[in-house]
Design a binder for this molecule. Sequence first.
Ligand code: PHE
Length: 340
Amino acid sequence: MKEKIAQIEQLLVTELAGCENLQALDALRVKVLGKKGELTALLRGMGQLSPEERPAAGQMINEAREKFTGLLEEKQALLKKQEQEAALKRETIDVTQPAAMPKAGSVHPMTLVLNEVVDCFTGMGFEVVEGPEVELDHYNFELMNIPKNHPARDAQDTFYVDDNIVLRTHTSPVQARTMLTRKPPIRVICPGRVYRADEMDATHSPVFHQMEGLVIDKDVTMADLRGTLNAFAERLYGKGITTRFRPSFFPFTEPSAEVDLTCVNCHGKGCRVCKGTGWIEVLGCGMVNPHVLEMCGIDPNEYSGFAFGIGIERITMQRYGIPDLRLLFEGDVRFLGQFR
Ligand code: PHE
């Protein structure tokens, strides 16, 4: 019996040394201690021993089982530790290696400026409204007091979809849409795309952006208009930037003005950007024509108002020193990537 146990121990020790992973170790455990294992076979064979021999043999087998189990557990702990160390090594990350940077997009300069301009006005209590780019002639022209024979209606200037539908030539039709659906006091801005049948060059594009403003209330005067636009100029460009009003004409405002801002480049001294004048033209405005108020259901004896239309491209080009309007529409990532 002793001999047999020693043999099994010998076998176990040799095979343990050759065990390289936990699966192999488990197989070895089954082979020695399992139901059909070598030591279990010895236990089964005890029936052939005499009753006197049995207790001693049984004790030997039990001791051997304990010893073997100990050996197996020791090896198991060792293998587990090794596997863990190997895993740690495998999964090591070199944190000093440069990371692969995902390509990030950037916000279009027109959007940057538009957001700023909108912020200036929402800060003064204006609300943003929208209108359709494909617009009825009725809103784009008729309600804006632009008569049938007006040159702006010429097909050379306007994209006609059909006799009654145009691509809006300005954001002013949103004035009419707003007055027809809201009651004064009204204080809205409407940024958006507008279309004119222009050639494309450094300063012209068949599609560009405007932002309309409209205020209707009791006792609104031209002084309110001037104050609002001065506040806008200062908020956008900082102290010292102000407006200059030049008399002008629009069918939907009376009186009307074209408005220049102090040239941001030279602060009014005169430079190349402002062609020596010290001023940059950025918008048209005026007091809403009483006839327009009337057509849009607002009593001109009770209410008055002002409106303005700002060209966003001008401001963007000036803001970032962009020399050619086409850069804003071409979508060249080398250009756009500069605005991060
Ligand atoms: N709609 C005018 C244009 O496109 C601008 C404007 C808006 C003028 C509102 C006066 C009042 O040129």
